[in-house]
Design a protein around this ligand. Sequence first.
Ligand code: NOJ
Length: 732
Amino acid sequence: MLAVSLSVIRPARATTKRLDQKVDSVLNLMTLDEKIGQLVLYTSNWDVTGPVMGTDNLKAIREGKCGNIFNAYTAKYTRELQEIAVKESRLGIPLLFGYDVIHGHKTIFPISLGEAASWDLAAIEKSARVSAKEAAAMGIQWTYAPMVDIARDPRWGRISEGAGEDPFLGCAIAKARVHGFQGDDLADPTTVLACVKHFAAYGAPIAGRDYNTVDMSERMLREVYLPPYKAAIDAGALSVMTSFNELDGVPATASHFLMTEVLRNEWKFKGFVVTDYTAINELVPHGVAANLKDAAMLAMNAGVDMDMQGGAYNDYLKELVKERKVSEEQIDTAVCRVLKLKFMLGLFDDPYRYCNEKREKETIYAKENLDAAYDVACKSMVLLKNNKEVLPLKAGQSIALIGPLADSRRDLLGSWKAAGDWDQISSVYSALKKANQGVRVTYSKGCELTGGDTSMFAEALVNAKKADVVVMVLGESCEWCGEAASRTSISVPDIQKKLLHEVSTLGKPVVLVLMNGRPLALVDEYEWSDAMLEAWFPGTMGAEAVADVLLGKYNPSGKLPVTFPRNIGQVPIYYSAKNTGRPYEPDGPEQKYRSRYIDSSNQPLFPFGFGLSYTSFAYKNMRLGKSTITGNDSLEVSVDVTNTGKYPGDEVVQLYIRDLVGSVTRPVKELKGFKKISLDKGETKKVSFWIRTNDLAFYRKDMSFGTEPGKFIVFVGGSSDAENSKEFSLTE
Ligand code: NOJ
């Protein structure tokens, strides 16, 4: 029964002070049970994303013991649940609905790692904007994104969900995604609240095994892993999700250091912190809590506001307050944070503002959403090889399209496909046929994704023999990336490699299109093919994008956001490594006692930032505005980039810096700037970057953040192998 009229607690859009007053006015009406209820998040029984705890959610909502629901969507269903909260609970406080809208809601964009390969911040922001619009039209106000975990180990399946290995690129993308989801105003009913995850350092599990221990120096944590979370928070993200891993012996969900000292005290975060799925319960097997009650106490005392699905807060917070192990004041603070967001999202103004079936119908799969997904899919593709200009395909050619992913639709959406419908999209095969660009396409599956069955090889080989060009679509299943999908091998499965090898012996030009959610070791594939296109899992419009890139309607411009190793033994491998005391110099005299492998090159197959185009670019005339900077100076670095090939094209111009001598060792290169430019055939553009002294700051020996005078090298080019360089100095 609604005992308290909602009008008492529904503000108009309020200033912060008025908002606080409104929040307080609700808090004052609440019993301890109802307060705890606002800190409880349960999954609906739709689309469950982890082990489900036995609980009667509807009863909990009615009793005010569950203030938040995830994995429920559609305007109709969320309205039904919202009505229970608003009409049947004592205070009628609206529910907050969350969901994993990671790279699209209905219209699915490329997996996040693929989007990152676009290096196109406006396109990435647009992807998040469209995702927010669609999700918000289906009853959602809160997405569990962006995932900003830096990842340098391709064994980890969740490398597919982030922006790759680099903090600079990671920060820029984190910011774009937060802004895309949240817009300028959370009260706008087409935006959703972002949730930065997984705090912190979830992307560095030992041996790449999901949920495994993370152990790193505070320097590494602060320099590499923390910046993207901070960037997302600075961009306005108002919720944060804890990570499953431990860090320095303390699971993140029990870490006062992370949740309070860093997040609140250092970064001044004002939103609320939610756990990952049952992460409080997992404090018991982690071995820092003897039982669930202790676990609840540890989490609350660390600074965790909301319990996702674990039931620990529901079951034990009241008892902990009675025993004075947790104070009611702490609970009030957490509740206020949650209520504040509900006010900001306009839920108290109108709890049903996200449950409009007409809006839902108009928004889902709107043409502009599909166009945006197509655009990002094109931009995400990375051309890894293109010998003898095999690509683009030419009109009049006959194409043998071969491979287990060539006519797959389900895999195109990748992991976290949210509410996406794979059965309504095109496969590469159907898209190539539909494109109708004068090529003739004959399809053979050739083999399954895995296993040893070669019975379909013969037909595929006959098909290949008859064609002018063979296009093979190989790689991973969409289920091999994402959560709980770590691999010990990063190879294309043997059966697919065998098929590729046999096809390659026919002497026909072979184009390899790869779909995968992690860097793969592709040395053999590189040898056996003439062209290679990394398509990731490209989403709802991905097949059309692959077809148009192959046909030359779109000239690829993607650059790898993560290093592709030669073999798994090189992992973890990343461009911003340290030099070591015995750097390997391939042309130096004595090489035995150097930092190297005796059975492999040190170099990756494809470096971070790498990606080709159907055209070519020349970098010339690199120059610095001055040779010394100091104080608040900025240094201009410019270069002339010319399109020297046959097609108009886009290039991502990248700037890297090396600090030669410091009180602690510095990476051999660090990305400090990038610009994506378009150039017509023969066109030259001057590209300028401005380096500020602050860009040269780092955590010094005493862990203070700042600069040190000395010499630096700045590099500019089209990948992290950039060779154009100049030296400059920073003086005090
Ligand atoms: C567990 C995952 O780690 C997290 O990323 C996700 O948001 C939650 N499950 C909710 O589905």
